[in-house]
Design a protein around this ligand. Structure first.
Ligand code: SF4
Ligand code: SF4
Length: 389
């Protein structure tokens, strides 16, 4: 799965639901609202519930297999119970690997988060959709969470046919849960997302928004033919804020990282400035305070790692690679300490985040996903012949 952009509507207070399922639609989280929170520091937390997956998509950025690690369930639930009504993320985003290989834990995690007022979204590859009705355990997940997103793209279709995914979407909508699709294209001119959008609009009207991103050269995706490893680095003189360091990420080994860079999440590289704590021992308040207040993280969010390195007299390279090497540039932390500490640093970070948020969810998708399909984040056209009730 691609952790870069994930979404959901955030309401201020938790509203309990009956065991029979969701009857109060206002509790759900919509894709555009989730995306609009993606740049706000500490507004969400991403959880790698497992590195396992029963599918074997050729483009999998997480390189998930049947034998990946599981996050410790007890540690996760302990951490989620440190959320309080006045100190909590708005969104708990459960991903993987395939989080629905652990459906009972998804339900428990959503309940623990809801106790403090946090909404839960789950992103699944939809293995359970192959050829049949929603299994009871998946139905219980749909009733427990506030947003359910399914992946569909040309690579997934070799594992789970699109017809099965869309049948699962129809069943999920009937449970009342807000449902979206996470679609990948193979480039700006790829007609695939247009075909899916037309089919979704025809069947579901505007009820199923779509997040369209592009297949990336990460994980197994790096081995696909014709992929370039990384975009060219920005000019060192330019401020290019990192938008992927706003939500802490709980990794499969229980560490809490400052960003969703796959090398950091997988633990291949985990420099000190990108470590926020441990799910086994820390509280949300401590993690949030570190994420929000660390001067170097603030400046990475404000001007980006390449500019930080240049200001520190280092030799910048590619974007995230330069960030990984910042600890080797002692002057970087010193410069960030001067620029990013205290109320001034707080103001700089707020201004940078505010500027990025100004064009909303569509702007975020246009910058990091498929610009041509950014409007789909708010839903497809109205109408639809299969609008579930
Ligand atoms: S469903 Fe997602 S996690 Fe599983 S193999 Fe496919 S891309 Fe990877
Ligand atoms: S620039 Fe740094 S903080 Fe941002 S995604 Fe890359 S490694 Fe993470």
């Amino acid at each position: 799965m691609d952790r870069s952009i994930r979404s959901v509507r955030l309401l201020s207070a938790a509203t309990p639901r009956g065991a029979a399922g969701r009857t109060e639609k206002e509790t759900d989280v919509l894709l555009a609202d989730l995306m609009s929170l993606r740049q706000t520091v500490g507004a969400g937390v991403l959880v790698t519930l497992t590195e396992r997956c029963p599918l074997s998509c050729a483009h999998c950025s997480a390189s998930a297999t049947l034998t990946g690690r599981d996050l410790d369930a007890g540690d996760l639930l302990r951490f989620l119970r440190t959320f309080t009504p006045d100190c909590r993320p708005e969104v708990l985003m459960l991903t993987g690997g395939e989080p629905l290989t652990r459906p009972a834990l998804v339900v428990e995690a959503a309940q623990a988060a809801r106790a403090a007022g946090t909404r839960t979204a789950v992103l699944s590859g939809g293995f359970f959709a192959r050829g049949g009705a929603l299994p009871p355990a998946i139905r219980r997940v749909a009733e427990a969470v506030d947003h359910f997103s399914l992946s569909v793209d040309a690579f997934h279709e070799r594992e789970v046919p699109r017809a099965d995914v869309l049948r699962a979407v129809a069943e999920l909508l009937r449970t009342g849960v807000a449902t979206s699709l996470h679609v990948l294209s193979e480039g700006a001119d790829d007609p695939y997302p247009d075909e899916v959008a037309a089919e979704v609009a025809d069947r579901f009207g505007s009820r199923v928004p779509m997040l369209v991103a592009e297949v990336r050269a990460i994980g197994r995706g790096a081995a696909l033919p014709g992929r370039s490893a990384a975009p060219p680095p920005p000019l060192p003189s330019a401020a290019t804020p990192c938008e992927m360091a706003a939500w802490p990420v709980i990794t499969g080994d229980g560490a809490i990282a400052a960003c969703c860079n796959q090398d950091v999440v997988d633990g291949r590289i985990r420099p000190e400035h990108l470590r926020l704590g441990s799910v086994a021992t820390d509280t949300w308040r401590a993690v949030r305070d570190r994420a929000y207040g660390d001067p170097l993280l603030r400046m990475i969010r404000t001007v980006g790692p390449v500019h930080v390195a240049a200001r520190a007299g280092g030799t910048p390279g590619d974007y995230c690679g330069t960030c990984h090497r910042l600890p080797e540039m002692p002057e970087a932390a010193a410069w960030a300490g001067r620029a990013g500490s205290g109320p001034c640093g707080e103001l700089l970070q707020a201004a940078a985040v505010g500027a990025l948020r100004a064009d909303g969810a569509r702007g975020l998708v246009a910058r990091h996903g498929s610009r041509r399909h950014a409007g789909l984040v708010g839903g497809t056209t109205d109408g639809g012949r299969e609008v579930a009730t």
